[in-house]
Design a protein around this ligand. Structure first.
Ligand SMILES: [Fe+2]
Length: 685
């Protein structure tokens, strides 16, 4: 079995990184040798995902794309392939199923491409000087990122292969053996876990760390966990069989709302990897089908795990639920994890739940992942990595739950206890669960944001405006709504930390807030979910003051759930952002790289009679906008920016109002930037 540990960021060598890369790359290719023929690459084992050929190309394309973004590669290696295999649809739900058609490349073409990428990466590793420690700004970070990304796909592709028709795969000598079937399943029991204060997160990304980590692992959170009980073993197939036989899949009372929706869509009668044959259950593994090993852990999605907890709780008269992320860490702290069914060390399959003992408990790490009840969220101080800013951010939506512990095929970062992965609740991984009784815990929000731009904007949006000025985003949002006649959907583009979006929420059924900066979106998102956000504002010199935004204090709060925040590029918006009755663009256009293209196309996204409000002080800067794309303010023709704006908008819009709106952004206690924004209001023809 091949696996190796991730390199230490403080002690590694070029040789070690090269070896880690080559082994990862090779083992990923070997996974596809389980397919009986090249035709199988075009199968789509899971209707919500791309066919396997995409994933075969994707991990190589990822290297090329990220290395280019990091300016370590100059040109694309195969532009066409690199666009087809760039973005996965790993995270689709049945309600946003994508029906796009692709011209998938031949397997041979992808194999040649993979070889070419391999050579380029090795060349790069050989020529790039290595400075230790490797930090997240280091040119070596994207190389490690590519490797860890491939290791994630090693696991997720093995799940996809496990969902193929069994006739399309075969055992392969490079993969194996599977675990012994084991004896009867042990009876599960509840054991005590002591409560304590749990510190989550690796701390600031800018510090020196031991291993590569994904952005969501950094930052910090303190949670006070009370004593609880946890099941000694993962739930076995035998234990879950009781639920199946008690009609668990037919009895909606055990299922959460979202779980019921999934039941109606997928119509399951038993766990997805179980196969019913003549009244007996068999188990689908990655490369074969065997009689159902009753002592192995059951593998299910979150909904099934949660329904089982509700069933067992009703039966036993206990408040049984899934552990939280913090509770899992208490369990880990109280266990002694040495060997485990992880990193392909032992088996190419799960194994009996009583095979690996970790102190009083079993399988605290390894065997199969363990679902938690915690939807993933950013720790305080989170920042997306600039080379992969859509890794975690799209999952901070309360629809992705954290899984802990790793599985038999988790390697690299995945096999570290502090790694943090989350999947949609209906998704399948090699994942099962253990259950707990007692869920009391408190999040201690002592943390605050000290990033200067974020603090300034928090103050600008939610603080007391100076010089008796009205609050800028609040005033303009309310005024914008007053021009509208339809109130279904509003867009706040360049929404920053979200005040105007929240102000629109009482008026509109749906408000979308978009911003280019993930860090700003994160604040809005956090306010919406948690109701508080702390930041530090400078007073003078090194001194500062901690401020807290409390959503309770605002009138819009009962409507805040109508807002949704996403990261987006205003000059290249996805087609799904459309049909707006109001578009608000406050202090945005002079920060766009191509303001004209934004203005030319925004009308297409609006309903007839829709209102567009643009506010801008026209403070153009080449830092944001190339001079030839400024709307005005150039010596060559002396044209004012509003004229440039009018020329573009007049085709689709009628100007219905125009006024000045002052605002002040606080730099320190005694210094402000006082600005006058030109506000123009346009009605779509
Ligand atoms: Fe990926």
């Amino acid at each position: 079995m091949e696996y190796c540990k991730p390199p230490s960021l403080t002690k590694t060598s070029k040789e070690e990184i090269k070896e880690y890369f080559l082994r990862t790359y090779k083992v990923y290719e070997e996974l596809f040798e389980l397919l009986v023929s090249d035709e199988v690459f075009y199968e789509r084992p899971e209707p919500l995902r791309h066919p396997l050929i995409f994933y075969f190309g994707h991990t190589a394309v990822f290297f090329s794309n990220k290395l280019r973004l990091a300016k370590l590669l100059e040109t694309p290696i195969d532009p066409e392939l690199e666009s087809i295999c760039a973005v996965g649809v790993d995270e689709m739900s049945w309600d946003d199923l994508n029906s796009e058609h692709y011209d998938w490349p031949s397997v041979e073409k992808v194999r040649r491409y993979r070889k070419e990428v391999e050579n380029r990466v090795v060349e790069l590793i050989e020529k790039l000087p290595l400075e230790l420690p490797i930090t997240w700004q280091s040119p070596w970070w994207p190389i490690l990122m590519g490797i860890e990304h491939e290791r994630i796909h090693l696991e997720t592709s093995s799940v996809l292969i496990r969902q193929l028709d069994p006739g399309l795969v075969r055992p392969h000598p490079k993969w194996g053996p599977i675990a012994p079937i084991g004896a009867a399943a042990p009876a599960n029991e509840l054991l005590e876990v002591s409560g304590a204060q749990v510190q989550l997160g690796l701390g600031s990304w800018s510090e020196i760390h031991g291993f590569y980590g994904w952005d969501n692992e950094f930052g910090q959170e303190v949670i006070e966990v009370e004593d609880f009980l946890a099941s000694k073993y993962l739930v076995s197939n035998a234990q879950f069989l009781e639920f199946v036989e008690a009609g668990g899949y037919e009895r909606e009372e055990y299922w959460e709302e979202e779980g019921k929706e999934w039941l109606r869509y997928a119509k399951p009668r038993h766990p997805v990897f179980w196969i019913e044959e003549d009244g007996e259950y068999r188990l689908r593994l990655i490369d074969r089908v065997i009689d159902l090993p009753l002592a192995w852990p059951v593998e299910v999605n979150y909904h099934e795990a949660k329904a089982f907890c509700n069933y067992l709780g009703a039966k036993e008269g206990l408040a049984i639920t899934l552990p939280s992320e913090a509770q899992w860490y208490r369990l880990y702290a109280q266990s002694e994890v040495q060997d485990a069914n992880i990193e392909l060390r032992h088996y190419f399959s799960p194994c009996a739940v009583d095979r690996f003992r970790h102190g009083e408990f079993y399988d605290v790490m390894g065997n199969v992942w363990q679902w938690t009840r915690t939807p993933i969220y950013p720790f305080a101080g989170f920042s997306p990595h600039p080379l992969y800013d859509d890794f975690s951010l799209p999952t901070f939506d309360d629809r992705h739950n954290i899984i802990k512990g790793g599985s038999f095929i988790s390697t690299g970062n995945e096999a570290l206890p502090w790694s943090r992965y989350a999947f949609r609740r209906h998704f399948f991984q090699h994942a099962g669960f253990r259950y707990v009784v007692g869920q009391s815990e408190r999040r201690k929000s002592q943390s605050y944001e000290s990033d200067e731009a974020i603090s300034q904007y928090c103050d600008f949006h939610y603080g007391q405006a100076p010089f008796d000025l009205p609050n800028f985003p609040a005033t303009l949002a309310k005024r914008a709504a007053s021009y509208c006649t339809n109130f279904q959907k509003a867009l706040d583009i360049g929404c920053s930390v979200g005040r105007a979006s929240f102000e629109l929420a009482p008026f509109f059924e749906e408000v979308i807030g978009l911003d280019f900066s993930a860090r700003f979106i994160m604040v809005a998102d956090r306010l919406q979910r948690e109701g508080v956000f702390g930041y530090r504002t400078p007073t003078e010199g090194e001194l500062g003051q901690i401020r807290t935004i409390e959503m309770e204090c605002f009138d819009f709060t009962p409507f805040a759930h109508r807002c949704r925040f996403f990261q987006a590029d205003a000059c290249n918006l996805k087609p799904l952002y459309k049909d707006f009755d109001l578009v608000l663009a406050l202090n945005l256009i002079d920060r766009l790289y191509d303001p004209a293209s934004f203005l030319r196309t925004i009308g297409d996204r609006m309903r007839p009679d829709g209102i567009l409000m643009i506010a801008s002080p026209y403070s153009w800067s080449e830092e944001y906008t190339p001079k030839e794309w400024w709307l005005g303010g150039l010596e060559k023709d002396g044209k004012e920016s509003f004229e440039g704006l009018r020329e573009i908008l007049e085709r689709d819009f009628e100007l219905i109002d125009r006024f000045d709106q002052p605002f002040a952004i606080k730099e320190s206690r005694r210094k402000y930037q006082h600005t006058l924004s030109d506000v123009s209001v346009w009605k779509k023809r």
